[in-house]
Design a protein around this ligand. Structure first.
Ligand code: NDP
Length: 290
């Protein structure tokens, strides 16, 4: 076993991209996947196929987990816990911060060290410059394996708490999925009028490329709890979202997304924020809905 041995468990699109990146950098890569044939192309490219999870864990100190969630991790590793002592598990699959803390305790109870990761790249970005992954867990373990982890993406260490990387990752996903859904709803609205997605690309890109300036303008105000309506007012936002909803309804498309957005805007206005900026809605969102 050497510093250039790594095991990758889980060969969905992400795990396969990771195994390929390690192979490309000369690592001896051992792979295991529940559905064994997904390892075929990697074996053709030089990876070692472990016949069992036990064999995959025994092959390398550094073990990358690229599984759907923690449930998949426990399903895969529980049958082979006797191979865990001395291993460094780097879990790059998505799950909750509390789930990550529980997984770290579970790994430690079986003699393994544990890092949580949150990958901010899609599979084609793995091994390419310009991408980063959040990590958290023991600093010395992260430092000892940083070089290998940087084969995949840049690294952004957030702290010792194993939940932190999962938290930063979920914050990013919260933003990502709602943005994607907003985009898809807008495309459905355009499609209802015979306008294809390609026609919308320039205006959609323009809206999103303005977001960094929007965020930069409002971030400090939000941290200070200040929402002056000097640039836009929530009352204007209520009318605007209502226009989106009516346009969607007339088009005969799904209206559940703008309906939910309008309901939140109206709650903000009812709570006394009509003359404040729409960013005052964060005060509505900080509490569970009644
Ligand atoms: P997939 O869901 O496509 O692959 C997940 C892997 O988990 C497969 O190898 C699958 O095995 C395995 N798996 C699922 N359930 C079990 C189980 N009960 N027992 C054993 N193995 C199981 O995910 P991706 O490869 O796309 O992503 C992996 C992780 O990375 C996810 O947590 C995802 O959220 C995260 N991620 C993905 C990104 C992406 O763009 N794809 C971007 C950033 C993060 P099998 O082949 O047998 O089904």
């Amino acid at each position: 076993m050497s510093r250039h041995d790594v095991t990758v468990i889980g060969l969905g699109p992400m795990g396969r991209a990771m195994a390929r990146a390690f192979l490309g950098r000369g690592y001896r890569v051992t792979v295991w996947n529940r559905t064994a044939h997904k390892a075929d192309d990697l074996v053709g490219a030089g990876a070692d196929r472990a016949a069992t999870v036990h064999g995959a864990l025994a092959a390398s100190e550094l073990v990358i987990l690229s599984l759907t969630d923690h449930h998949a991790m426990y399903s895969a590793l529980e049958p082979a816990v006797e191979a865990l002592p001395g291993r460094v598990l780097v879990n790059l699959g998505s799950d909750t911060p509390e789930g990550a803390r529980n997984a770290a305790r579970w790994a430690s109870g079986h003699g393994a060290q544990y890092l949580t990761g949150g990958v901010q790249a899609s599979p084609p970005g793995i091994g390419q410059p310009g991408f980063s992954t959040f990590y958290s867990g023991p600093r010395d373990v992260f430092d000892a394996h940083r070089e290998a982890l940087e084969v995949l993406t840049g690294t952004d260490y957030r702290g010792e708490d194993p939940g932190l990387a999962a938290l930063y990752y979920q914050v990013g996903m919260d933003l990502f999925w709602t943005t994607v859904l907003g985009w898809l709803h807008a495309l459905a609205l355009a499609d209802a009028h015979g306008v294809p997605a390609g026609e919308i690309l320039p205006s959609a890109s323009s809206v999103l490329s303005g977001m960094p300036d929007f965020l930069a303008f409002y971030t400090q105000r939000i941290d200070e709890g200040e929402y002056p309506g000097d640039v836009e007012r929530l009352a204007m936002g209520v009318a605007s979202v209502d226009h989106v909803l009516q346009t969607a309804r007339s088009a005969g498309i799904d209206t559940s997304l703008p309906t939910a957005v309008l309901e939140i805007f109206r709650r903000g206005a009812a709570a006394g924020h009509a003359d404040d900026s729409a960013t005052s809605l964060i005060e509505v969102l900080k509490k569970p809905a009644a």
